[in-house]
Design a protein around this ligand. Structure first.
Ligand code: THU
Length: 122
């Protein structure tokens, strides 16, 4: 559904994401591209922004869908963004429009990731 609203004049690759937050609310996002290519945003980033705008800060589950030969995993930057708001064991479920599904976790998507813990000084 939200995937259909993706703005993708450059890649033609529509992605949709949904986040269930700790409150139980569902927050959705789609990719929004830009003529200045690096300014484009991923579906996951849109869903995170919607969650934060709604006043939720903790992710309970993530779903991503695209029309792709295989279920599409979040990009590296989105893995870092998801880790900011989700515990390592949060499920990330990836789908394609043919109904294939792959399940993983934030931990498995971003082993050894940077976090606020590394900024703590003794
Ligand atoms: N994209 C996402 O929105 N999420 C992903 O998980 C992978 C890639 C978008 C970014 C860009 O608009 C298009 O897909 C092609 O990379």
């Amino acid at each position: 559904m939200v995937r259909e609203n993706a703005y993708v004049p450059y890649s033609g690759f529509k992605v949709g994401a949904a986040i269930r937050s700790a409150s139980g609310a569902i927050h959705v996002g789609c990719n929004v591209e830009n003529a200045a290519y690096p300014e484009g945003t991923c579906a996951e980033a849109g869903a995170i922004a919607a969650m934060v705008a709604a006043g939720d800060l903790r992710i309970a589950e993530v779903a991503v869908i695209a029309d792709s030969p295989h279920p599409v995993p979040p990009c590296g930057g989105c893995r870092q963004k998801l880790a900011e708001f989700g515990d390592p064991d949060v499920p990330v479920v990836m789908y394609n429009t043919q109904g294939e599904m792959l399940r993983t976790t934030i931990r498995d998507l971003l082993p050894g990731g940077f976090s606020v813990d590394y900024m703590l000084r003794s």
